[in-house]
Design a protein around this ligand. Structure first.
Ligand SMILES: [Zn+2]
Ligand SMILES: [Zn+2]
Length: 451
């Protein structure tokens, strides 16, 4: 197909014409001049485009037969175009010029300046483990405005953004220097060339590690629980520790991972959580630990498992760990709401429990819909509302006259203690009402959260 019309005419006649006008008004380096025509031709760098144009301009400005466009020669010299400088000195031309910085990039694309940026970046990423990277940049808005105004003024329609060129030129050099891969899709690190503060900013993608834990003892919360009185600052009530519990599952698991990855922080995402006085046994509870700013990504997870299980021996046990991603965090959050859980509850009632009644209870609670209003004990941190959850199956085993071991399989998010006590009528139906008894104590274990 033949390219016709206005666009074609402009390209044919005006690459040289417009470049002459531009350079007579603004001093542009090779790259910045070439970039205004970036969509023309392929397999060329903008610097090559700029040099080609300036080469033709030099031919236009000087001929051995005596033709001279001194103004054009002057601006070519001012833009640092080497053949022009050589020519002026070789022929001893009386052209007064002063070398000026590039109007758009302030000489960013000059090789020695690029080298300096690359050195800065290599220093920053030294000893950081990564396979993929992406480059971004921050520029003064006035710079972007200058380029836009220039394009409007000279009706330039074939340019690309200076940001694109910076990112590409820096990216190519980082590739060459490190052998790492440039990737647009979730790179391990994002290198931001910040021209506004003349520095390199690094964003490291968090490291996500999936695992399952068992909680072997009662009395440890999943998360750090700050003293409600001082909120962590330390007071008389908490003995200056700032905390209600000195230990937590999240710390037992996350701190060794954070240390191995040389991160600066962590976030622990559990697939739900058990109460402080509830154990989690069986296949354990899924979780994801998110490590912030990891300097290491290829950590030996088996070694970390070993270390956690030694340091938390008898309290917390990690069953497995594997590398994961951000999606899994959302997945296990949802999991906590919908997946089935099995509990073992040892319940002591105020009077003898009839075996017959227990049989009836097993029948009655098979696939039973439970209406549960937010338990009083969590009202201070959860909104007061009614949830509908299902009990799938109950097995009751009488241990002594007044003590029963229940195995309860139910939907995630059901408060099991309240299923047993009734929570003063807030959970309906419930075991206590059904048996006509009062639960005096409950010892609860989670027997694993299904994945
Ligand atoms: Zn420039
Ligand atoms: Zn306190």
């Amino acid at each position: 197909m033949k390219w016709t019309g206005e666009g074609y005419k402009m390209i044919k006649e005006d690459i040289i014409g417009k470049s002459t006008e531009i350079l007579k008004k603004y001093n542009l380096c090779d790259s910045c001049l070439g970039r205004q025509f970036a969509l023309l031709g392929s397999g060329l760098t903008n610097r090559e485009r700029g040099r080609a144009i300036k080469t033709v301009l030099l031919m236009k400005a000087f001929s051995l037969s005596g033709l001279r466009d001194e103004e054009l020669l002057k601006v070519l010299c001012e833009s640092g175009f080497k053949p022009a400088l050589k020519l002026v000195s070789r022929y001893g031309l009386q052209i007064k010029y002063e070398k000026k910085p590039c109007y758009l990039c302030n000489n960013f694309f000059e090789e020695k300046n690029l080298d300096e940026w690359i050195k800065k970046i290599l220093d920053k990423i030294d000893e950081i483990e990564f396979e993929t990277f992406q480059v971004g940049c921050r520029l003064d808005s006035s710079l972007l405005a200058r380029e836009e105004d220039l394009r409007t003024l000279f009706k330039l329609e074939y340019g690309e953004s200076i940001k694109t060129e910076i990112n590409r030129e820096i990216g190519r050099r980082i590739c060459e220097n490190t052998g790492k891969r440039h990737s647009m899709k979730s790179p391990d690190i994002l290198i931001i060339v910040d021209l506004t503060v003349n520095d390199v900013v690094l964003e490291i993608k968090p490291l996500y590690i999936y695992g399952r834990y068992r909680k072997l003892t009662r009395g440890i919360p999943q998360n750090i629980w700050f003293c409600p009185r001082c909120r962590g600052r330390g007071c008389e009530k908490c003995g200056g520790t700032g905390r209600l519990y000195l230990e937590s599952i999240e710390e037992y698991i996350s701190l060794p991972l954070m240390e191995a990855a040389e991160g600066t922080g962590y976030k622990f995402h559990g697939a739900g959580r058990e109460d402080v006085d509830v154990r989690t046994l069986g296949s354990g509870r899924p979780f994801v630990v998110e490590i912030k700013n990891p300097r290491k990504r290829k950590i030996n997870l088996n070694e970390v498992i070993k270390r956690i299980n030694e340091e938390a021996a008898g309290k917390v046990e990690v069953l497995m760990l594997e590398f994961s991603d951000k999606k899994t965090v959302r997945h296990i959050k949802k999991l906590a709401e919908i997946s089935a859980k099995t509990y073992k509850a040892l319940v002591k009632f105020n009077e003898t429990v009839s075996l017959e009644k227990l049989k009836e209870l097993e029948e009655f609670f098979k696939n039973k819909a439970i209406s549960q209003r937010t338990p009083r004990r969590v009202l201070h941190r959860r909104p007061d509302k009614v949830r509908r959850k299902t009990v799938f199956d109950v097995k009751a085993k009488r241990i002594t006259d007044d003590t029963v071991e229940f195995t309860i399989k139910c939907q995630g998010g059901l408060y099991v203690k309240e299923l047993i006590t009734g929570d003063e009528g807030r959970t309906k139906p419930n075991f206590s009402d059904f048996l006509g008894l009062k639960a005096e104590s409950i010892t609860l274990d989670v027997m694993g959260v299904e994945d």
